[in-house]
Design a protein around this ligand. Structure first.
Ligand SMILES: Nc1nc2c(ncn2[C@@H]2O[C@H](COP(=O)(O)OP(=O)(O)OP(=O)(O)O)[C@@H](O)[C@H]2O)c(=O)[nH]1
Ligand SMILES: [Mg+2]
Length: 465
């Protein structure tokens, strides 16, 4: 006991550590494999762990039992202080962690518990994780039984790629809508990972509070998901109404891979204070602001949630409203981080998601962070992507040029028209001034003549209304 306490005290305040497990499958190139592992390291880091160890293995397929083969599993067990094989009972602390996740609490990855040691002779190891590994992150989507087997062999909690992403979303969700969406995705992810029922041995021993929580059975989870769906529908109806009000406005959506610099560009283009962070999935909520300096008619810019390789489908589906922004935009700025070697793959992922969503607005490729790219590489990118805009969100001149290009894009589609209004229609005259550019105004006997310029949609809706 003393030893365990000592270790806990020593560990208090230390940053948590993670080990990454990745299998290099035959149909994956070396570049893609390494990029994927690096990305998972960044994800794990965003979640608050130092990804200190990377265990990789070449295999034809994932091992059905525990992802990696027996030899590697032993190696992993040595690293974590686990048995290295799957033949032991899952330690209770892992179940508690799972139960907590299912309840929507913080999924902190447990240390060796002090109170469970004596009565569980089969527990993974008597002296706890030797190297203080707190999490194993697997770069594949794995089955609940593979996760359980890995946990048995290592005595450490296991998350797969989806699990890591779901946890990050959970921590970063701020608005009511984002929170509801994440809770739903989380329940859908966690539910199949709950153990169905305790084993006979555990039943004899009697169960503590932690295990009682496990009895959150599937039916309860389904009920909760239903509740969430209803609440979400209500919130989203309101969102849709808000979008309806902006319908006539010209809209630009910033889309792209996570961390590409969408929010940075949003800030620069609109002078707004949206969150910019060197984290994956910093943005989960949509923000809409007017392009600055303001054009007439106004152009609205929206920032959206970033995409990632193998973005869990539940999460894609649940972030509908951010994606509706993209769907309803007249122009898409597809932002990529040009300083990242792996950007073509990231660009392809974003394209894939946009296609799946049926987004077909004109799309400009923005090669951002060009300040981090040397002259030679810039020239190469210029040749390779002649249509792209190479820029830095940190360079005021680049941002001003982009702003002008956006304004010109809409301006090109504007038309000029002369309209006649009655002298009793002052309110309407005012609306024309507010929503369109008025180039001239004449007072004739039969009415007020306005020469206006703007987009067809706004012109038509004003003529009707
Ligand atoms: N050097 C450099 N860094 C940039 C540039 N644009 C963005 N960054 C940095 O890149 C990181 C991510 O930027 P964000 O604007 O938060 O990226 P995002 O695309 O909104 O990311 P998510 O919201 O996570 O999808 C931050 O640390 C920014 O400061 C740029 O042009 N040059
Ligand atoms: Mg962002």
């Amino acid at each position: 006991m003393l030893e365990v306490n000592d270790r806990d005290e020593r560990d208090a305040g230390r940053r948590k550590r993670a080990a990454i497990v990745a299998v290099w499958l035959p149909d994956v190139s070396e570049v893609d494999f390494e990029a994927s592992v690096r990305e998972l390291q960044r994800l794990v880091h965003t979640l608050g762990y130092d990804p200190e160890h990377v265990i990789t293995q070449r295999r034809d397929a994932l091992s059905a039992a525990a992802v990696i083969g027996e030899g590697k599993l032993k190696e992993l067990g040595d690293l974590t202080g686990g048995t290295g094989h799957t033949g032991t009972t899952a330690p209770k602390r892992l179940d508690k962690a799972r139960a907590k996740r299912a309840q929507g609490e913080e999924a902190h990855v447990p240390q060796k518990p002090k109170d469970d040691l004596e009565d569980d002779a089969e527990d993974v190891s008597e002296d706890g994780p030797k190297h203080g590994i707190d999490l194993i992150a697997v770069d594949h989507d794995i089955s609940p039984s593979q996760a359980r087997n890995l946990e048995r062999a290592t005595g450490v909690a296991v998350l797969d790629r989806t699990g890591v992403i779901v946890e990050i979303f959970h921590r970063h969700a701020k608005s009511r809508e984002a929170k509801l969406q994440v809770e739903m995705a989380r329940l859908r992810y966690v539910a199949p990972r709950l153990r169905e029922s305790p084993t006979g041995k555990e039943r004899q021993r009697g169960r503590g509070a932690g295990e009682a929580a496990l009895e959150l059975d599937r039916r309860k989870i389904r009920d909760r998901i239903k509740e969430l769906e209803e609440e979400l529908e209500h919130v989203q109806r309101k969102q849709a109404q808000r979008r309806e009000l902006r319908r006539d406005a010209r809209r630009v959506a910033l889309v792209g891979y996570t961390n590409a610099g969408k929010s940075s560009l949003m800030r620069a283009l609109t002078g707004s204070e949206v969150l910019v962070e060197d984290k994956l999935f910093a943005t989960l909520d949509t923000t809409v602001r007017a392009l600055q300096p303001e054009t007439k008619p106004r152009i609205l810019v929206s920032d959206t949630v970033g995409f990632i390789k193998k973005l869990p489908h539940d999460l894609v589906a649940s972030f509908r409203s951010t994606l509706d922004e993209a769907r309803e935009a007249s122009l898409l700025l597809h932002v990529v981080d040009a300083s990242d070697d792996g950007f073509p793959a990231q660009q392809a992922v974003t394209r894939g998601v946009l296609e799946e969503l049926g987004v077909d607005a004109p799309e400009w490729l923005v090669l951002n962070k060009i300040d981090r790219v040397d002259a030679e590489e810039r020239a190469r990118l210029g040749r390779l992507y002649p249509e792209a805009r190479l820029l830095s969100a940190r360079d005021a001149r680049d941002v001003a040029a982009l702003r002008d290009a956006i304004a010109a894009f809409f301006e090109d589609a504007f038309i000029e028209r002369e309209v006649r209004l009655g002298y009793d229609e002052q309110a309407k005259v005012a609306r024309y001034h507010e929503e369109l550019r008025v180039l001239g105004q004449r007072y004739e006997e039969d009415g007020i003549y306005l020469t206006v310029r703007g987009d067809q949609q706004t012109l038509e809706s004003l003529a009707k209304g």
